[in-house]
Design a binder for this molecule. Structure first.
Ligand SMILES: C=C1C[C@]23C[C@H]1CC[C@H]2[C@@]12CCC[C@@](C)(C(=O)O1)[C@H]2[C@@H]3C(=O)O
Ligand SMILES: O=C(O)CCC(=O)C(=O)O
Ligand SMILES: [Fe+2]
Length: 345
């Protein structure tokens, strides 16, 4: 079976020097990390109104949740869920363990540096080569077990980290299945299509721990550059510190305020394709701040990598060509945001 790691093996990040900055030792934003002043200032209306979560917040335990999720996917391609059943103790532990990892010294973290053609470990965001400027960010990518890396980081004390990440991936998988079932039923998908999206055997998943250290001048820097997520669905925990921004037509970049105990759910490229573009793709990015070291935790869920993706059979006029999931991921690794336009019919 081909794995995501094998997809990226074909498309190594060619610049071997792309490793996260040693943020501990730096007290001003270097030229390499200074982004051109953004055209539009961040939407003041949204940032001022701190209570406005911007995208819908949906109570998964409410009887109306299914309809609201369907509507949110159609209007935004993004929503937040509360009352999702994921134990809050586990969510706290994942954040704690992630902070423990990023608090290690730079030379320790670099021991588990993702290799140029690798998919997992410590490193810059995979999308980095597509931008001239570097991001105020370091990440740690997990696919399945993270024991090998954890043993290098903490030879005598790796179990707690691994157990926490395993348990969290398990819970995220369950929640993404639950949400996808609702979403696919809304799209009137066939049983076969549902099995494809939430097949328990070969489905793809990745856990991305994001770290955005305190930044001496946040208006110059960017945590994560604008992008859309590649797989079917992303479940993001902002861990209580704002930073996620979405591009809203007419008002520009706007903050998605963190809601306590909520996950941000995000339609990925593959779900956009499956929905025949009925669900929009929301471009998003992360900003940084001066006073809080921000952590975010993203879980990505996708169908088997050797399977085919296409608009649902319910659509008479598919607007995307059918291709293998791995073929799409290879296109995305090569062409980034242009990948989708290359497979339009
Ligand atoms: C399963 C995935 C999803 C990946 C690639 C691979 C592993 C790491 C994910 C991220 C995490 C950070 C943002 C992103 C844009 C990135 O640079 O790496 C994501 C990307 C995608 O959604 O395309
Ligand atoms: O840190 C955030 O809020 C955004 C993270 C993100 O977009 C990602 O990991 O794909
Ligand atoms: Fe993302």
């Amino acid at each position: 079976m081909t794995t995501l790691s094998e997809v990226y093996r074909n498309d190594p990040i060619t610049d071997h020097h792309i490793i996260p900055l040693d943020f501990d030792s730096i007290d001003e934003v270097p030229e390499s990390h200074t982004w051109p002043r953004f055209d539009e200032p961040i939407n003041k209306i949204q940032t001022n109104n701190i209570k406005d979560p911007l995208i819908p917040v949906i109570d998964l335990a409410s009887p109306n949740a299914r309809n609201l999720i369907g509507q949110a996917c159609e209007t935004w391609g993004m929503f937040q869920v509360i009352n999702h059943g994921v134990p809050s103790e586990l969510v706290k532990n994942v954040e704690y363990e992630s902070r423990r990892l990023f608090a290690l010294q730079t030379h320790e973290k670099r021991r588990v540096l993702r290799s140029a053609d690798g998919a997992t470990g410590y490193g810059v965001a995979r999308i980095s080569p597509f931008f001239d400027k570097r991001m105020w960010h370091e990440g740690f990518t997990i696919m399945g077990s993270c024991a090998d890396d954890a043993k290098v980081l903490w030879p005598h004390d790796y179990q707690r980290f691994c157990d926490t990440m395993d348990a969290y991936q398990q819970q995220m998988k369950l929640l993404s299945h639950r949400l996808l079932l609702i979403i696919l039923e809304k799209l009137d998908a066939t049983q076969e299509e549902i099995n494809w999206a939430i097949s328990t055997q070969d489905s793809q998943q990745a856990l991305q721990l994001n770290s955005y250290p305190c930044c001496p001048n946040p208006s110059l820097a960017l945590g994560l550059a604008p992008h859309t997520d590649s797989l079917l669905l992303t479940l993001l925990n902002q861990c209580g510190i704002s930073g996620l921004e979405i591009f809203v037509e007419g008002s520009g970049w706007s903050q998605v305020q963190p809601v306590e105990d909520a996950f941000v759910v995000n339609v990925g490229d593959l779900l956009h394709m499956f929905s025949n573009a009925k669900f929009p793709l929301l471009s998003h990015r992360a900003s940084v701040n001066q006073s809080n070291h921000r952590i975010s935790i993203a879980y990505f869920h996708g169908p088997p990598i050797e399977s085919r993706v296409a608009p649902s059979s319910k659509f008479q006029k598919p607007c995307f060509k059918s291709l293998l999931v791995k073929e799409y991921l290879i296109l995305k690794a090569k062409h980034f945001s242009r990948a989708l336009s290359l497979i339009q019919t």
